[in-house]
Design a protein around this ligand. Structure first.
Ligand SMILES: Nc1ncnc2c1ncn2[C@@H]1O[C@H](COP(=O)(O)OP(=O)(O)OP(=O)(O)O)[C@@H](O)[C@H]1O
Ligand SMILES: [Mg+2]
Length: 162
């Protein structure tokens, strides 16, 4: 099992408070993500962005949520056999979990390196496979956590504070 955490310095205090207080989300929505379903992949991230926009979240935060969640959603479509997304909306942050049913990330260390990709021909034909998704998720989220077990499953979760 491999695990990775990235916690930005600015978010440390908020994250400690979040873990301690364990607030109930104001809203929780689950989406399904299908294996290689590039027709529908991206819809969940668009909906999440729209919801937050309606709630009055500022454009720079919306941009970061949109980029990070789109990359993570596409990764489930492109690299896994499918899974789901759980989006929990809180008063001061959004917590999005991308859970898939395998096959897990072979080398988490390599996967996090910009430019490293195992994308197959179909994924590359769809315009993905530059190996920049995970670095982009890291750059745009306050908290990024990956828990992946080879031949089993991957959980990637992000938290972005408003
Ligand atoms: N959910 C997942 N399940 C299995 N492997 C994954 C998953 N997400 C990422 N990976 C692995 O990590 C690698 C790097 O992911 P990353 O998103 O950075 O690049 P990419 O998806 O290959 O290309 P890009 O995101 O630039 O289109 C992938 O090529 C894949 O091997
Ligand atoms: Mg990717």
């Amino acid at each position: 099992m491999a695990e990775y955490w990235n916690i930005t310095e600015n978010a440390q205090v908020n994250f400690e408070k979040f873990k301690k207080e364990k607030p109930e989300p104001e809203m929780s929505i689950t989406y399904k993500v299908g294996h290689k379903d590039f027709v529908n992949s991206g819809k969940a991230s668009s909906e999440i962005k729209l919801m937050l926009k309606r709630l009055g979240v500022n454009p720079e935060i919306l941009r970061r949520v949109a980029v990070a969640s789109y990359e993570a959603e596409i990764n489930v479509t492109a690299h896994s056999i499918g899974g789901n997304i759980i989006c929990d909306i809180y008063l001061d942050c959004v917590h999005i979990k991308f859970k898939d049913n395998g096959p897990g990330i072979k080398s988490l260390e390599k996967a996090l390196e910009p430019g490293w990709s195992t994308a197959d021909d179909l994924v590359r034909e769809m315009g993905f496979g530059a190996g920049l998704g995970l670095p982009n998720i890291k750059k745009n989220s306050d908290i990024m956590h990956i828990d992946s077990e080879e031949s089993k499953s991957t959980l990637l979760e992000i938290i972005i504070f408003y």
